[in-house]
Ligand binder design. Structure first.
Ligand SMILES: Cc1ncc(COP(=O)(O)O)c(C=O)c1O
Length: 380
């Protein structure tokens, strides 16, 4: 079956007890035993598992081409579960301009458990190779990176990782499985903030971990049910509902993203537009090779905090807010919002300048988005 068909039907078979076309929300914490030690359909307690979670996990695994998927209360909870596959003394290579929350989790929490992290420019395979140590167990790529839109070559990194018996993890949040398939390119594990495109409606948080190896899947399921960060029934229902329109939404995000990036690229007030679909993007060739489209995320540099503030205070249709991937256009200032937990010198080194503004282009009529951005830029 095709992508859109799978997104609508996998895990969403009509409810066998009532015939309901949409699976009901199983808002229960516990399940009655049929008799001593015997559970109906294998469900016992909602931390461990429940039908809405199982349905969503089946769908996400299918869309990413994985063996199994497990869903968590947020992207960060899923990413934390992946790092728990490691042992004290293990070393991880991480894309240096990774999402600020991953930077904070690794540098301020996981280092206390004796995990070692190197933040590397993973757009260069030579730099990844140079960072590999005898205790390197994981390479963690975010491609494109949030918010600097830097790409890493997934297939080349997968080959390097596999040759060195290193696990390759790819955060596919910015593109979704509709536009990029890291497992088909050799990644061992894929992670998502489902809060973004997978859900797509900015009304739930969630994370997904998609696995290709049974031993990893077993461990992630153990972590999910032991640590208790599995996604709740209502949120699974919302994300499952959102995923049904992922294909049509991504087509529109992609089309609007291209139109907005091209328009802003010619705007005199903008110093730089970072968008993988523009030939000026440093990894435009990688985008053409591994992505099915450039997507709906754009970063622009306005040169200073003051200029960014003027623009952001004057948008009307676009919402000045954290997060991305919703149907509505969201606009933010990474240095003071999503990446505030990163030290200023690190931000500067990786290109999160004070004038950088991130746009998550929604699926409104594109002329309305362009008109709003243009009128806000008049104040800069
Ligand atoms: C690329 C990326 N990965 C992971 C996360 C974390 O996801 P969540 O906010 O759902 O915990 C985010 C959040 O913005 C993100 O942008």
């Amino acid at each position: 079956m095709g992508f859109a068909t799978n997104a609508i039907h996998v895990g969403q078979e009509p409810d066998p007890s009532t015939g309901a076309v949409v699976a009901p929300i199983y808002q229960t914490s516990t399940y009655v035993q049929e008799s001593f030690g015997k559970y109906t359909n294998g469900y016992d307690y909602a931390r461990t598992n429940h039908p809405n979670r199982k349905a969503l996990e089946r769908c996400v695994a299918k869309l990413e081409g994985g063996l199994n998927a497990y869903v968590f209360t947020s992207g960060m909870a899923g990413i934390d579960a992946v790092f728990r596959l490691l042992r004290p003394g293990d070393h991880v290579i991480v894309s240096e301009s990774v999402y600020g929350g991953v930077y904070r989790l690794s540098t301020q929490l996981l280092t206390h458990f004796k995990l070692e992290f190197s933040f590397v420019d993973t757009s260069s395979i030579a730099k990844i190779k140079a960072a590999v140590k005898p205790n390197t167990r994981m390479i963690y790529l975010e491609t494109p990176t949030n918010p600097t839109m830097i790409l890493s070559d997934i297939a080349a990194t997968a080959k390097l990782a596999t040759d060195h018996k290193i696990t390759l993890v790819v955060d596919n949040t910015f593109l979704s499985p509709f536009l990029q398939n890291p497992i088909a390119l050799g990644a061992h594990i894929v992670v998502h903030s489902m809060t973004k495109y997978l859900n797509g409606h900015s009304d739930a948080t969630g994370g997904a971990v998609i696995l290709t190896r049974p031993e990893d899947a077993e461990k992630i399921y153990f972590i999910q049910r032991s640590a208790g960060a599995g996604l709740a029934p209502m949120d699974c229902f919302l994300v499952s509902r959102g995923i049904k329109t992922l294909a049509v939404r991504m087509l529109q995000h992609n089309a609007n993203g291209i139109a907005v990036a091209r328009h802003l690229d010619t705007h005199p007030k903008i110093k730089k537009v970072l968008y993988p679909g523009l030939p000026s993007h440093p990894q435009h060739d990688i985008a053409r090779k591994q992505q099915k489209g450039p997507g709906g995320m754009i970063a622009i540099d306005l040169g200073s905090t003051e200029a960014a503030e003027k623009m952001l205070n004057n948008v009307k249709l676009c919402s000045l807010a954290e997060s991305l991937g919703g149907v509505e256009t969201l606009i933010s200032h990474p240095a003071s919002m999503t990446h505030a937990s990163m030290p200023a010198d690190v931000r500067k080194r990786i290109g999160i300048t004070d004038g950088l503004v991130r746009i998550s282009v929604g699926i409104e009529d594109v002329e309305d988005i362009l008109a709003d951005l243009d009128q806000a830029l008049m104040f800069v």
